[in-house]
Write a protein that binds this ligand. Sequence first.
Ligand code: NCD
Ligand code: ZN
Length: 351
Amino acid sequence: MPTERLVLRRPDDWHVHLRDGAMLKAVLPFTARQFGRAIVMPNLKPPVATTADAVAYRERILAAVPAGVSFTPLMTAYLTDGTDPDDLAQGFEDGVFAAAKLYPANATTNSAHGVTDIAKITPVLERMAEIGMPLLIHGEVTDQAVDIFDREAVFIDRTLAPLLERHKALRVVLEHATTAEAVAFVRDHAASGRVGATITAHHLLINRSHIFQGGIRPHLYCLPIAKRETHRQALLEAAISGEGPFFLGTDTAPHPLTAKESACGCAGCFTAANALELYAEAFEQAGALDTLEAFASLNGPRFYGLPVAEEKVVLERSPSTAPDIVLIADGDGVLPFRSGETLNWTFVGAA
Ligand code: NCD
Ligand code: ZN
């Protein structure tokens, strides 16, 4: 008999783009409905680079949380070549920042202010290692000569492995891991307890062929781009393993429909509207619903040194429909991942 009801400690989303303004108001309720806490990415325009920026952004997020919903945004700092180690450390010690995000300059959406050469932020990384502040990494090389499907694996070799060698106490999360190489690398460092990886729902569900199924599907385009099926299998195996370093991070990245459906569509999948249903589907396909709670609710808090949630949520094995376009107050809209399609699970709410 298949499992009909899943009761989990309330999960957290360890990688989310909440945006700002009208978009923030439109998308935040979806994340706050399912997740108790979320690591909020700082790639706004301009980026959330200082403690003062993060305090102000956190206020705007909290103002957008619907009445009666409990949700804690965990803020991150956007590292630039000019990041001030004192401000960063102060923000971490004051509990404003939970972590800092490394975007190699121009690797992805709104990363133009990112770090141009990791050597430039050596003092910042030394300080972070000293105070135990996690470094969250967009792990792709920006060298355009490297094939887009190889950029993560090459980053691991060229940048991540030497980085961990240089900074022996630095704690890192390889965000939105998409390759078998990433899984193997994280496992190689598991004993140290200082390397984690988030895995998105969409990378558990699609491979690169899906992006071109019957035509070009801009809503399946994100960065890092989905890889071939063998990599999806490796990610799924890691996610369902229950192993501590692997935890849930949706990388829900909403963009206006017009920016996605364009001659040069931008990167990002908006999965917040049914994130847990999507993860449940992937875990069920792998016959591993029993390890969803470790991945979604236990491993992340453990890595970040936070308490696991006391509240519980319920998912039911009944069909639900991924919503149609989500309208934004500025007149545009965002299309959810799998919009209009039937999902096998329904998020019911608090237990
Ligand atoms: C993200 C975004 O739109 O901000 N896009 C994406 O494809 N994931 C940026 C990122 O996390 O790379
Ligand atoms: Zn992201």
